[in-house]
Design a binder for this molecule. Structure first.
Ligand code: HEM
Length: 152
């Protein structure tokens, strides 16, 4: 019980940092950087945010896997056809999309970032932010029993 409370609390704290930081970036900082055509505004924020954002994402993955194990048992059960497993499947899909976007941004977009290529990075930021919000919605749905199959 204490382990569950600790893992869930850390998971919610990490979610606040990851989703909150990206919402601030996407909704407040990015529009003003695009208006001013100033890529440095975004890279400065990212440099600072990375220090808390990346540990927060790592924490989400560790505690998320722990919580999935707590609710469903081993990974062999995570792809079953039940409402809680469906949420875990959505979360694993969002995780793959987030990591794919992050790796692409870090290795391909950011090294060549100029004021003119800021729009490419802007799309990465918006998609990672949408994924972060969907992570929160999927997580909160567990309290309501998860996602039933569409044909039920
Ligand atoms: C940035 C990534 C993530 C965010 C923002 C996030 C966010 C959340 C939130 C807000 C909750 C609701 C907690 C509550 O109030 O009950 C939650 C629950 C949960 N998350 Fe995540 N999550 C993330 C990643 C993951 C990953 C990678 C997994 C593993 C597959 C995962 C598995 C779970 C599970 C199993 C629960 C249900 C916990 C419970 O109620 O017992 N999450 N998540």
């Amino acid at each position: 019980m204490a382990g569950y409370y600790l893992a869930l609390s850390l998971h919610i704290l990490g979610a606040s940092v990851w989703a909150g930081g990206h919402l601030v970036l996407a909704v407040a900082i990015l529009p003003s950087a695009l208006r001013a055509q100033r890529a440095a505004t975004v890279s400065e924020f990212e440099r600072n945010f990375e220090r808390v954002g990346l540990p927060a994402l790592a924490l989400q993955i560790i505690t998320g896997l722990w919580l999935a194990h707590h609710l469903l048992g081993g990974p062999g059960n995570w792809f079953d056809d039940n409402p809680v497993a469906h949420v875990v499947q959505v979360k694993l899909g969002l995780l793959a999309a987030t990591l794919g976007l992050a790796v692409h941004a870090r290795l391909r977009v950011i090294p060549k970032l100029t004021d003119d290529t800021l729009t490419t990075l802007a799309w990465h930021i918006r998609l990672v932010t949408i994924a972060a919000v969907l992570f929160v919605l999927a997580g909160a749905s567990i309290r309501f029993g998860g996602y039933p199959a569409f044909d039920h």
